[in-house]
Design a protein around this ligand. Structure first.
Ligand code: ADP
Ligand code: AMP
Length: 217
């Protein structure tokens, strides 16, 4: 299956993607994770991406489309993939359509996880991630068993720089201006499924499974 997860920052895309890829057995492709990996390796891509991410802005389309082109042409994507956080602009969506056409493949579904914007600030400022394995937690809504320690691997948890309140506000503005128009774009293409992200993680997963024609309950 070839799936796109759409939704504002903090909607729960990464949380759901981590569970979904274990069920669907396709690679999880998160442009945010790819940029964070490049930053931690201090590559040229990482330095460029960081200058935008720190301000809550989007990394330029040419750069982002370039890394997606390279990634989806790898052999592990032959049977499908789950895109998380890409596309985020109309130009990226059009570039993706062109890439898929060149490869003679198409998307199966676009899932729009919606959460009211005023709930997202809490979700983002309370988010913590494992430095070692990337597992996503929340101080209140999805806390680890031992404070600041990852349940999955024992690694330390940290707060993303762009999850501080000042940056979160810019990211939500960028979402409304540049990414929200993709909802209509994919609805018109007949690919969109709406899922209510403002409910417990397992309930979101069940709705998502139903949208994809799976029964995981
Ligand atoms: P995104 O990838 O869309 O930015 P995340 O999956 O990282 O979002 O989730 C953002 C924050 O909200 C994390 O701290 C996560 O633990 C928490 N979260 C995810 N899904 C839910 C949910 N259904 N209810 C409450 N909190 C959630
Ligand atoms: P995320 O992990 O999806 O919240 O993304 C973190 C940050 O990475 C975003 O705020 C952007 O600065 C950058 N980023 C991730 N995906 C994209 C994308 N598709 N286009 C542009 N910038 C992106």
């Amino acid at each position: 299956m070839r799936i796109v997860l759409l939704g504002p920052p903090g909607a729960g895309k990464g949380t759901q993607a981590d569970i979904l890829v274990k069920k669907l057995l396709v690679p999880h492709i998160s442009t945010g994770d790819m940029f964070r990996a490049a930053i931690s390796h201090d590559t040229e891509l990482g330095r460029e991406a960081k200058s935008y991410m720190d301000k809550g802005q989007l990394v330029p389309d040419e750069v982002t489309v370039g890394i997606i082109r390279d990634r989806i042409s790898q052999s592990d994507c032959r049977e499908g993939f789950l895109l998380d956080g890409f596309p985020r602009t109309l130009a990226q969506a059009e570039a993706l359509a062109g890439l898929l056409e060149e490869m003679n493949i198409s998307l199966d579904a676009v899932i729009n996880i919606s959460v009211p914007l005023d709930r997202l600030i809490d979700r983002l400022t309370g988010r913590r991630m494992c430095r070692k394995c990337g597992t996503i937690y929340h101080l209140l809504y999805n806390a680890p068993e031992v404070e600041n320690i990852c349940d999955a691997c024992g690694g330390d948890l940290f707060q993303r720089d762009d999850d501080k309140e000042e940056t979160v506000k810019s990211r939500l503005d960028v979402y409304s201006a540049q990414t929200a128009p993709l909802i209509d774009y994919y609805r018109e293409a007949g690919l969109l499924h709406d899922v209510n992200g403002d409910q417990p993680i397992n309930a979101v997963l069940a709705e998502l499974g139903a949208a994809l024609g799976q029964n995981w309950s």
